[in-house]
Design a protein around this ligand. Structure first.
Ligand SMILES: NC(=O)c1ccc[n+]([C@@H]2O[C@H](COP(=O)([O-])OP(=O)(O)OC[C@H]3O[C@@H](n4cnc5c(N)ncnc54)[C@H](OP(=O)(O)O)[C@@H]3O)[C@@H](O)[C@H]2O)c1
Length: 336
């Protein structure tokens, strides 16, 4: 009897996550219900942001906390194999927020996007540069960062999935792009593969000094994926009318006592603006943005970097590797 393999939470992580916090189980295949459809998932997206909802007593106004024994929430892409929902017919390709599992029973609510897949594009791009990752970079940078020619754009987790796309879009917009990451080797990768102007290894010299050296005219846009001391150091170096794009807080997800932010004063004296956003705020604009990003890829002005793990059993390792920083660009798991 065929089963639905799922990756479940075995225990809530305290601090650093490892593959041992997850289990792969054989669940029953979902049965189609009225107005629902069944998605056979092709790719699972490894999204760092979901890490925070794995903590004990996590959960907020945006998403519920994950429960022990439940399949891990995730963005996936798949093909509809059974349907009683006219909006999602059999054979359609759907990007959905569901779970790390082979088959998902969905009703089209929450985040479910029927995709028009460009025949020139590999499907996996739609969980990377053309998926929620690229859309996060696109809307965060253009809507909140509002880049202008000659701006200095500082990006944290610059070598990661969202970060490398922000760097590339920033270069296209005429910014001088400075990327922060955790090793010299990743700094080299950012310079040679992404072509940014300068890099900072945040584990080397004091961060505030490094930012001051690499951004001598000040930071006009800080695209922040990390929070904590990286955000604080960036705030000490902002220019007048700076825009702080609050996208994520990697340094806080595995930290039981959140780090304080000390440098709010420069926000005032520099008339700066710090604004958070969620990629899901922009759903009505996804199709146009995906087309624009796909056109950039076809013209060669936007590159896609992926780390693909094979098979659902590799998911726990893929996720903990990505949080640990082994990835360059997007990390995902291929199921079929
Ligand atoms: N607002 C939204 O709608 C939205 C949507 C998607 C993602 N996000 C946010 O975007 C950020 C990046 O997500 P992603 O999926 O693209 O992941 P990613 O950047 O591909 O991978 C996570 C990276 O975070 C860095 N990191 C891990 N632990 C850290 C720590 N304690 N301090 C500093 N850096 C640490 C590592 O890179 P280094 O080696 O460079 O440190 C690691 O590679 C996350 O904060 C996520 O929450 C926000």
């Amino acid at each position: 009897m065929p089963k639905n393999q799922q990756v479940i939470l075995k225990q809530h992580p305290e601090g650093e996550i490892t593959a041992d916090h997850f289990d792969v189980i054989q669940a029953e295949l979902p049965e189609l219900k009225p107005k629902h459809f069944i998605l056979q998932n092709h790719f699972l997206s490894m999204d760092a942001g979901f890490r925070q909802w794995m903590n004990e007593n996590a959960g907020d106004g945006y998403l519920p906390g994950m429960q022990i024994g439940s399949a891990i929430q995730s963005i996936v892409i798949g093909e509809v194999v059974e349907s009683d929902n006219d909006d999602f017919p059999v054979s359609s390709i759907v990007l959905a927020r569901t779970a790390w599992e082979e088959y998902s029973l969905l009703d089209g609510g929450d985040l479910c996007l029927l995709l028009e897949v460009d025949p020139e594009m590999e499907l996996y791009h739609y969980v990377g540069v053309l998926g929620t990752t690229g859309l996060t970079a696109y809307f965060g940078l253009f809507d909140i960062g509002q880049p202008k020619q000659g701006d200095t754009l500082l990006v944290s987790t610059a070598a990661g999935a969202v970060g490398n796309v922000v760097c590339q879009l920033g270069k296209k917009a005429g910014c001088r792009v400075v990327g922060m990451t955790g090793s010299d080797e990743k700094c080299d990768w950012l310079k040679t593969e992404i072509g940014i102007d300068a890099t900072i290894n945040y584990n080397a010299d004091p961060l505030c000094d490094q930012i001051a050296r690499t951004c001598p005219t000040g930071v006009d846009i800080f695209f922040d994926n990390v929070g904590g001391s990286q955000l604080d150091a960036a705030l000490q170096n902002i220019s007048d009318n700076a825009r702080i794009v609050l996208c994520g807080a990697m340094s806080q997800y595995e930290n039981n006592s959140p780090e304080p932010i000390y440098n709010s004063w420069p926000l005032i004296t520099h008339r700066a603006r710090a604004e958070g956003f969620m990629f899901s705020d922009y759903q009505a604009q996804y199709p146009a943005a995906i087309k624009e990003l796909a056109d950039m890829m076809k013209s060669g002005s936007l590159k896609s970097f992926v780390n693909i793990y094979e098979g659902i059993c590799s998911t726990p390792q893929a996720f903990s590797d990505m949080i640990g920083g082994t990835n360059r660009g997007k990390c995902l798991v291929k199921l079929i």
